[in-house]
Design a protein around this ligand. Sequence first.
Ligand SMILES: Nc1ncnc2c1ncn2[C@@H]1O[C@H](COP(=O)(O)OP(=O)(O)OP(=O)(O)O)[C@@H](O)[C@H]1O
Length: 813
Amino acid sequence: MGGQVQQSSSAPPYDHHGFSGSHAASAATDPTEAVMSRWLQSAGLQHLAPPTGSPALDPRLLQNVLIQDFARHGVQSAEDRQKLFRLIKSINGGLEHGSDPFTPPAYGSARQNGAGGMASPEFRGDIGGGILDLHSIDDIELLSEDGVHESPFEASPFVSGADKSYQNDPDVFWSSNKPRTNKMKTHEEGSPLRTTAMEKELPPPGTNGLARIKVVVRKRPLNKKELARKEEDIVAIDGNGCSLTVHEPKLKVDLTAYVEKHDFTFDAVLNDQVSNDEVYRETVEPIIPTIFQRTKATCFAYGQTGSGKTYTMQPLPLRACQDILNLMQHPAYRNQGFQLWLSFFEIYGGKLYDLLNERRKLCMREDGRQQVVIVGLKEFSVSHVEVVKDYIEKGNSSRSTGSTGANEESSRSHAILQLAIKKHSNKKDEKGGKPVGKFSFIDLAGSERGADTTDNDRQTRIEGAEINKSLLALKECIRALDSEQGHIPFRGSKLTEVLRDSFVGDSRTVMISCISPSTGSCEHTLNTLRYADRVKGLSKNSNSKRDPSPNTGVPLPKEIAAPTPPPTISPEMSDDIPDYRVMDSKKAVDQSGWTNPQAVVEPELWSFTSSNQSYANREDTAMTSFSMDRVSVRDSVSNGFSYQRDPVPEKNEQERVSPPRRKTVKDDKQDKHREYAMTEMAKIEKNMSIPKRPVTEPNTAQSRPKETYDAISQNGYDNNISAILEEEEDLIAAHRLEVEDTMELVREEMRLLTEVDQPGSRIDKYVSQLSYVLSRKAAGIVNLQARLARFQRHLKEQEILSRNMTNGRQHCV
Ligand SMILES: Nc1ncnc2c1ncn2[C@@H]1O[C@H](COP(=O)(O)OP(=O)(O)OP(=O)(O)O)[C@@H](O)[C@H]1O
């Protein structure tokens, strides 16, 4: 029966059942027919009654037919709605009054949904506990295929007609007319911003049951170059929209070709036909209402260069602004004094630059409440979505790009666009409004950039190491967040430090993993998916599934068959690192008797140089007079580059040297951890020069697997890079300061010259003052030279360490 009903077209309903024309109830002779005709008449549907003498229709069947017909054609007008309502009322009435000899069909779901959920109390009163209710009518509307495009569910009621132009702007979005997947329809309908115009209610407070972490994969289409190279699409997406399979082409030892399959499951997998608009609905839109309720949301795109990160991320803030501004106009928020602020900056080589203020260098510091403040970052008030597009374009054009060892042209920075809602008590309350919620959109640097750590060019190498470190740290923070660990290791990198407030309190994170489908990108695609899998891996509600052993019955994958690590540890490849640092940290606790696993997680406590001399320790041990410079320089820097040379002589300045950085009450533990780290580092160094143990050796505290050593040495390497970057910054600041001092001293000398030329001048005064000025000048130069020499030495050491790391791994292979 259902099949027949679904075949019905726009022809008068039920003609194919042999029904036609209009028939009065009076014409019915059979009691069943009479009941049915009565129903039809009361519902104004008498034309649907069967002709006299035709076989009687089971009323249950008829109910189904009528309801499904409404479902098919939709309740298109008020008249339709009225008819349907009368029909329902009639059916219910008939049943309630016991005049119907038939048992009503079970509309389980409608009943369930309808419990207390009818749209109108008026209807609820009329229908009572009947077999249908208005809620079921809404369900019917959702089932209508036409309704998907024509019903008010299509467009967000918060999107004004004018603003919709963005949806069709080819520069901003792909065609919004592309066919939608069933998954998208469902999501769209369930979205908190997509209610009927009549409802227009605010979403319920709180985060509306949204998962803390959502991992979505987006596959881009093959591009022209790939098509020209006749590359295959090796990524197949399952119909459920949550799983995908990568078909990795491989060669056996005897050179026979075979395909290894890798299955993954995520919260959503979007195919290459999905528009940016749909990506928005799947990822960002559901979170928007929550940022009015103090949530800090983060959406980031991860993937190799050219996989579509920028293409995906660029339109998202635009749409988000649109919805935020519209929500601000909602009666519930209109008079709250909310204002939207936009900022856009990048992290490049561990440093921050304002993308909307001529790449002005920024510095980050924590205020007394441990809130991250980016000093000097320009924020722009946004009251119209038009300007947002300009800001995004301006910011993107300022981003750092360049040639790399891994790719010709690559984004080498993390770009962070933040939308902040602030509450202003009055209109003149410039910028100082109280933060309400924030949405950070992050277009990460190409993930393979982390592999540039062995590049010959020092600059590229340091950048690569910084990217590597930040991607690892980001993964760690999200995992810690999702597993509700008390400690979030946000100090692991500049990126995570900047995002610190997004990792505390109520937060929501969406990761969009962008993948290329081509054969040539297979390895990067697998790495990206593994990274995403690890991010999602610890989630309690995760439906994510590890890439299992190949399911082809063919040889084991490279990483299992040959347990040798890859030549460099890229963030995706180094899954053992987080295992060790977060999960296995508990093991470390047990084995060593530590009580605080955080120690293993906190990378800044680790230190390593090839000469076993700790950069971190540099600050702890007695430092030369440079340490005082460093302190004062740092102070100056954090004060927004307002250099004010402290006139107190050096001797006293030395006494003012700050205690070692980040020394806290946990000092004892930290010393213990550092001691442990140093021992481990010594082992690694030893390990590098002696033949490797067999990899089958058991994983005990005495004999850790090689991967663990790699993890630790990688950690030491990362810290080394951090120290270099910090020292570089300090050196430049100190140089600048030295120039200013020198200029001041030159002015002093000129004054002395003017004075000494005066008749009756005192030569002895001139001599002593000049001597003082020159000695200050000399001291400044000597200080700077020493600092420079030390930095050069550290660079050299870093180079040796980098070479050792590579040699060590090659040696292991
Ligand atoms: N889903 C997609 N549909 C169509 N074209 C796409 C899609 N994704 C990416 N592209 C195209 O692929 C190219 C590379 O995309 P994009 O610049 O976004 O990559 P990326 O990952 O940001 O790279 P990088 O890390 O170097 O910045 C662009 O020309 C973009 O237009």
